[in-house]
Design a protein around this ligand. Structure first.
Ligand code: UP5
Ligand code: MG
Length: 263
């Protein structure tokens, strides 16, 4: 049984699965886009204090309102707050997103959940998605980006945890081109493969990719295609790293620190 408290979006026009905070979403629509200075700072290591400091800065920017924007920053009155939640298969992305949704005004959109719903349509595209997931491959960006943007629109909210996306450079580029903006920061759950393997094999939710053969393929895909995305954002000082090889409560204790600006 999935511990996540998942609700369907109110919209009848989408099959998107969204976990929506019970608290009212912030009405804050004005946010600051501060360019330059943060990205100029030295690249932080993916783990440790330096990364946390840089990440806290990214979080502060994401939480800033138009009134307290740094001088020189431009203001975008339409763009939502977007956090990309990344980490290997079984790192605990979905588990921790549910906690964030419980405590902060965010909508959780799992790209994998959206794709799994899509594959149940039985359409040719759905069948292609089913096969790619079984092989641990990354679904073409156009499919995923459209599912995500449709779900965001359907939610009517303005703060999103985009879980499990972008998984490669093509995904990232397609997001920026189609959405027209980048994420505010990346929440990265870092976990050893042996720990993740045990978790996935013990999950028992009937997923077609939770078998040892596919898990090995998912790890290869993660290492070869997804880690470069995290490294890309790390160079921009946008990665907030959490050591997720701990009990769920301890993982969340680290995670919540990155969201204090949204309380
Ligand atoms: N668990 C969680 N945290 C724990 C902890 N701290 N201690 C002990 N146990 C813990 O957790 C996994 C299991 O571990 C659960 O049983 C949980 O209780 C336990 P979960 O929170 O579900 O981990 P998560 O990181 O979400 O793992 P998931 O398997 O969902 O990650 P994947 O990234 O592999 O899966 P996703 O659904 O995102 O994608 C699946 C496939 O879809 C991909 O392989 C790919 O083929 C396709 N896809 C795309 O092509 N494009 C996309 O953009 C997204 C997906
Ligand atoms: Mg997940």
């Amino acid at each position: 049984m999935d511990a996540r408290a998942t609700q369907e979006t109110a919209s009848g026009s989408t099959t998107a699965t969204a976990t929506v905070s019970s608290t009212t979403a912030s009405t804050r629509a004005v946010r600051a886009l501060v360019s330059g200075a943060a990205g100029m700072a030295a690249s932080a290591a993916l783990a440790g204090g330096a990364a946390s400091a840089a990440c806290a800065d990214a979080g502060a920017r994401a939480g800033a309102s138009g009134e307290d924007a740094s001088a020189g920053g431009s203001v975008d009155v339409t763009r939502p707050t977007v956090v990309f939640v990344l980490g290997g298969p079984g790192a605990g992305k979905g588990t921790q997103c549910a906690n964030i949704v419980r405590d902060f005004a965010f909508v959780h959109l799992s790209a994998g959940d959206l794709l799994r719903a899509h594959m149940k349509s039985g359409s040719p595209e759905g069948n292609m998605v089913a096969e790619m997931i079984k092989q641990g491959q990354i679904v073409p960006s156009e499919v995923t980006v459209n599912l995500l943007l449709d779900a965001m629109r359907a939610s009517g909210k303005d703060r999103f945890l985009i879980d499990g996306f972008p998984r490669n450079k093509e995904n990232r580029d397609a997001w920026e081109t189609t959405a027209g903006y980048d994420c505010d920061f990346v929440l990265f759950f870092d976990c050893p493969e042996d720990v993740m393997t045990k978790r996935l094999l013990g999950r028992n939710e009937g997923r077609t990719d939770d078998n040892i053969e596919t898990i090995k393929k998912r790890f290869v895909t993660f290492r070869e295609s997804s880690m470069p995305v995290i490294e890309y954002y790390d160079k921009l000082n946008k990665v907030c790293t959490v050591n997720s090889d701990q009990a769920p409560e301890e993982v969340y204790a680290q995670t919540t620190g990155f969201f204090s600006k949204f309380a």
